[in-house]
Write a protein that binds this ligand. Sequence first.
Ligand SMILES: *Cc1c(COP(=O)(O)O)cnc(C)c1O
Length: 371
Amino acid sequence: MKSRRTFVLIDLSAYRENLLYLMNRVSPAKLMAVVKADGYGHGAVELAKVAQETGVESLAVAFLEEGIQLREAGIEIPILVFNYVDLSLVPLARKNRLTLTLYSPAQLDELSRLALNILPGFQLVVDTGMRRLGQEWRESIQLYERAIEKGISVEGAYSHFATADERDSPLVSRQQELFAKFIEEAARVSGVKLLNHISNSAGVLTQKHDERDFVRAGISIYGLQPSVDVDTNLRPILQWKTCVSFVKKIYPGYGVSYGQTFVAEREMIVATIPVGYADGYSRKLSNKGCVIIAGRRCPVIGRVCMDQFVVDVTHLEDSPVIGDEVVIIGRQLEERITAEELAEWSGTINYEITCAISHRVPRIYSKGETI
Ligand SMILES: *Cc1c(COP(=O)(O)O)cnc(C)c1O
């Protein structure tokens, strides 16, 4: 239901084009589409379905529950779980054919303690600079050897770039080297070459993939830029729309919203928007954000509340009326607001903008046609 005419519109055709573009670009490496955090706020199930239909080889999520949700929705392709999982739940991972991530000897000890005889597959994450999960490459070799001894199926190995989104970061090639050393040594000790991957979206768009079996693309599949330094030809697939809920005239000296942080200096027409921080429209956008009404940018005045905020519409030729379309992210006539801009205004990155759009905002999927 859209009683307040507020929704996120996802263009599945553009999404499919983004996937095909990336698959083609990294070939013969394969694409692992990262749909963690409910597909960066776009809706993991719908996007995973399109990825599967488009021939994407594999998916990745952060947590076990996210993988199970995809299996329950009928997704069949391999799914890698990147993050920490309470190992008492490995039978559930196995039952759902989810691959878990191995990064610590403590996990091997825990698996032995649990004395489980059938285990899911694992991929080993090697720390080459991110310092988040995983050990240095030499220790990772020892971990790999111990896993083999214990009969644990290690299906692959990966590492993660810390600075691939920065122009000419020397750490990127350093990480490439360390990871290559690990892969080479792992092949020497085991006699098998592990499936391997290192690139996130920024890496996909700036690195070569000849030596790698997969790339892990998240932000780019949604048509968003990994950073201002990495430009993409991809198309954003998400628009966020709402409508005007009220319009009124205010006079010099009138304050607006909580704390009255905006005070009118002249006669103004203001419009109320039925969206707030509970929807993921950050309070940091107070007196900073903008929306589009009648094809023109209208600045946020005063503080963003939980369910509403107010914008200045004085400059519009015709005052808007209740129910008029408002674009928060996306296009209207000649004007456009991107997730990147919202991120800049609120001091964050585009990733956080779409992830933050809460479940109170319905997601609507279209195949190219706009609503
Ligand atoms: C989130 C994540 C990715 C995807 O990163 P993008 O920058 O969105 O492409 C890849 N690998 C790992 C391990 C991640 O956690």
